[in-house]
Ligand binder design. Structure first.
Ligand SMILES: *Cc1c(COP(=O)(O)O)cnc(C)c1O
Length: 356
């Protein structure tokens, strides 16, 4: 048996063991082809089946029908989407600032056009989701970050917008059902909740593809990738294979509503342990708490290294908070089992009893 720990890292993040085992086998031979997944032509029949299944599984899980939505597999991470969105959709996006990632998205948009800030929770240290948005009637699109990986806040529901709603869902795509009726474009780096480092998922309404200016460099146009089924050039085949395995795994767990129920249970268990002791101070306001990234600090920060060391001793790793917030952060994406969360919650309770 390989030694495995509970990995609470924010991304690249933990994958289910059965997915890793299947990927390990496919490295040597995909099915009985005698050729490993990394060695297959991206246009050959074996890889084509993987590619089409990844897309079909995502469509089925999210309810993204073929006629309305293009599902793209791109590279460059969510960070490249910060630029591709304004390049393709237009210069005047409305941005809701809820943390570092939305600030970075805005900074890219500023290089390319004239975005506006339509809401922000910066004044309170990004501890909440702004409750009122000041949307402009002629915005090219509205951009928000559905789950704030660093601060540990998450939108409880998506706002109704007149302009197409663009969502950076890097850390909560596939964690639960998504209200696609409100969305125009959704993007996510694969390495967090989806689980596949090296691919960026983009779902875009087909009617928005016509906005991609033909003067843009080819590789930066959504329309080109949609027209070529994400095989204009060589796609990240191995990462897309992992998406296929992860989406199969999610379906075996019961689909997105089962993922949402599990996420709710895991998050509630950790927040319960945090709320039970004055030793722990949660970063997010209760109504904005993330079900993906649980952020907190210790009322006596000098105890944090001790707690992290004890956690590591029990095989609970990746719990240090992001450098911009400090404290601790437990990332509990789809692949984190309830048992890992339970072990962490028990440690928090026991540590609080000893220090309290
Ligand atoms: C991690 C993260 C990003 C950056 O993703 P890359 O794929 O590394 O570019 C952007 N947005 C959110 C919400 C993230 O969690």
């Amino acid at each position: 048996m390989v030694h495995r720990v509970y990995n609470f890292c924010s991304g690249p993040a933990a994958l289910p063991l059965e997915v890793l085992e299947e990927a390990r086998e496919a490295l040597l031979s995909l099915g009985d082809s005698g050729i490993g997944i990394l060695e297959h032509s991206h246009r050959g029949p074996q890889y084509t089946a993987v590619h089409l299944e990844a897309e079909a599984n995502l469509r089925r899980l999210l309810g993204a029908d073929e006629e309305s939505w293009a599902v793209l597999f791109l590279q460059g991470g969510a960070s490249l989407q910060f630029a591709m969105v304004p390049m393709n959709l237009g210069p005047a996006g409305d941005y809701v600032l809820t943390g570092v990632w939305s600030q970075k998205a805005l900074a890219e948009a500023k290089k390319l056009g004239t975005p506006r800030v339509a809401g922000s929770s910066e004044a309170t240290g990004f501890d909440r989701i702004p409750d009122a948005l000041d949307l402009s009637p002629d915005a090219s699109y509205v951009h928000l970050t559905s789950n704030n990986t660093i601060y540990g806040t998450q939108w409880a529901s998506l706002p109704q917008t007149h302009a197409p709603l663009v969502i950076d869902a890097s850390s909560d795509l596939l964690a639960g059902p998504l209200d696609l009726s409100r969305c125009g474009l959704i993007y996510a780096g694969g390495q967090k909740n989806v689980g596949a480092v090296g691919v960026t998922l983009v779902l875009i309404r087909r009617e928005l593809l016509a906005r991609s200016p033909s003067t843009l460099p080819t590789m930066l146009r959504y329309a080109v990738h949609a027209e070529h089924g994400s095989r204009f050039n060589t796609p990240p085949t191995f990462s897309i294979y992992v998406v296929t395995l992860m989406t199969r795994w999610i379906e075996r767990q019961g689909g997105l509503s089962a993922m949402a129920a599990l996420a709710e249970r895991k998050a509630a268990r950790l927040y319960q342990a945090i709320d039970a002791s004055p030793l722990y101070v949660g970063h997010a306001r209760p109504e904005a708490r993330s079900r993906m990234n649980v952020t907190f600090r210790l009322s006596d920060p000098r105890l944090e290294p001790e707690l992290l060391a004890e956690a590591a001793g029990r095989g609970l790793v990746g719990l240090a908070g992001h450098r911009s917030v400090g404290g601790l952060r437990a990332s509990i994406y789809n692949a984190m089992p309830l048992a890992g969360v339970e072990a962490l919650a028990e440690l928090l309770e026991e540590f609080a009893r000893r220090k309290g």
